[in-house]
Design a protein around this ligand. Sequence first.
Ligand SMILES: Nc1ncnc2c1ncn2[C@@H]1O[C@H](COP(=O)(O)OP(=O)(O)OP(=O)(O)O)[C@@H](O)[C@H]1O
Ligand SMILES: [Mg+2]
Length: 441
Amino acid sequence: MDFKTALEFAEESFLAETKKSPTDLQKKIFEKAFEGKTYEKIAEECNCTDSYVKEVGSDLWRILSSKLGKRVSKKSFRNVFEEYDRSSSSATQPTTKLPEVETRCRQDWGEAPDVSIFYGRTEELTELRRWIVADKCRLVALFGMGGIGKTSLAVKLGKQIQNDFDRIIWRSLDRTPSLNIFLTEIIKFICNEQETNLPPTPSDPISLAIECLNLHRCLLIIDGIEAIMETGKLAGKYREGYQDYGKFFQKAAQLNHKSCVVFTSSEKPQEISLLATRIRQVRFYKIGGLTNEAAKQILLDRELVEEKEWHDFIERYEGNPLALWMISATVVNLFAGKTSDFLKTGTVFLGQVEGVLCEMFDRLTDVEVKVLCQLAVINQPISFSRLRDEISLDISSSVLMNVLESLSGRSLIETEVGQDLFRLQPVIRKYTIARFCQISS
Ligand SMILES: Nc1ncnc2c1ncn2[C@@H]1O[C@H](COP(=O)(O)OP(=O)(O)OP(=O)(O)O)[C@@H](O)[C@H]1O
Ligand SMILES: [Mg+2]
């Protein structure tokens, strides 16, 4: 194995084990150990003490040992890597390498948040459970605006249906891993790397991952895929270097396997709508605000007063749990917990919700911003044809349609139930006006 391949393998294994990349010093130690240098020599060349280099080095070997399930040391790592390399190059038929099905259920919840405080969502959970457990959906996508509760709902759902699965794995895409690194880790978890000869870096990770998903019944939950979506373009396109995630989702949707991939996103990838119309086992769920009853539980926890007045407050924030948790803290601090006094100020106060909105708006194209501004100024539900006639923008009907679809895919515009009318939530309108309207008008 050459040095470049060895270093890549070490970096991937390190990242998979620690969720961090090795430090520069660890990489240097690896490089010099690869050249067969002693710790004394390495210390001299790295301008460090011998003991420090030994300490950092042994930490590195310990992490690699733990990831590879085999003792790795400064002396042995090249041999261990060679062994993996050999098994990897004969991995053209991955099926032969996968272990026999075992029945034990294994779970890895990674950095999934605690959902011990979770109110309502009974209808959502019932429907999603039916899709996954009874209808055996292969791909389920959860969409909704920032802070609406996508992550929390996905965790709660996973916990509720865990008995239906042999494997549960939760991963967030916050750190935007490449698909190869992501899937390699998933494959190793599903197939229990200790018991297999899986290659360290599979040559076709997508096919191998689908095989694993067919070998065991797995629930793979991928949180926050907007992190790998492009900003500054209409919604739903992957960032440069992440398009292969789309291929993975397509294969997970189209090919036969016995698992379910669930992902959450504030932005709908373009191919998902198409897949959902063609394949019964692919569905997407748009998550709305909490019901009045569930939202009230949050306000009770915050110890707001005058319960009879809460309805308007919940409506103003459209049951968005993040907004309710954050703004109710302000109501307690500045208005002695009285929502009516707060609402009398007549302002749609954004407070810390502004940060969440700012992230969502940073993703928009100029033309999306302009259309949002128009909707904010019109300030009432409006049909497509009226909007097209009233809009003071020089864009064709088809561009306007694309823009409205994109804004809807980002949950920034709502459609009135059973009607063809678009509208903005009060919070979105307020933020649009505050941030853009003076500029664009
Ligand atoms: N059903 C619920 N009951 C009580 N609190 C909730 C509920 N759902 C979400 N929350 C709380 O609301 C906040 C936002 O939830 P969450 O992080 O799940 O939203 P999100 O849609 O994933 O947000 P983002 O778009 O930032 O990823 C969190 O503090 C969470 O604990
Ligand atoms: Mg989230």
